[in-house]
Design a protein around this ligand. Structure first.
Ligand code: AMP
Length: 118
């Protein structure tokens, strides 16, 4: 799948549209979901151009992948969710319900997250 440079997360990365930033470093950006499903609903995205989980894990260098998952852990811990628990979700493709074609992981927590699927 070809990466769409005009997808909404690409535009957030370029600061063309605002976001409620939680954390950033040279590898990732984390921000609150615009339509939060739980008290804490944060999206973590790599800065690189990766469409999906599949694209990221097959193409991104090992260090980039390691930094990405380390950042998810840090964001969850900084929010205190490591103590109470949280859920990570990554929707992939059409059947997975992926809406934005820039790889991202949802962090959901701050309250009981509920059933695994709807
Ligand atoms: P997914 O279905 O996994 O692709 O999820 C995309 C998520 O991006 C949804 O939960 C949306 O609410 C969220 N979203 C869409 N536009 C924005 C935006 N401008 N800022 C923050 N979150 C957004």
């Amino acid at each position: 799948m070809v990466y769409d440079r005009n997808n909404i997360f690409a535009r957030i990365l370029r600061a063309e549209i605002p976001c409620k930033k939680v954390y950033e470093n040279e590898f990732v950006l984390a921000f609150y979901d615009i339509n939060p499903l739980k008290k804490h609903h944060v999206l973590v995205i790599p800065r690189g151009e990766y469409v999906s989980f599949d694209d990221f894990t097959t193409r991104a260098p090992a260090q980039i992948q390691a930094e990405f998952y380390a950042a998810i852990q840090k964001v969850a811990a900084d929010l205190g969710l490591d103590k109470t628990g949280y859920r990570l979700i990554s929707n992939h493709g059409s059947d997975g319900g992926q809406e934005v074609p820039h790889y991202h992981v949802h962090i959901l927590g701050g309250e009981k997250v509920g059933e695994m699927t709807a």
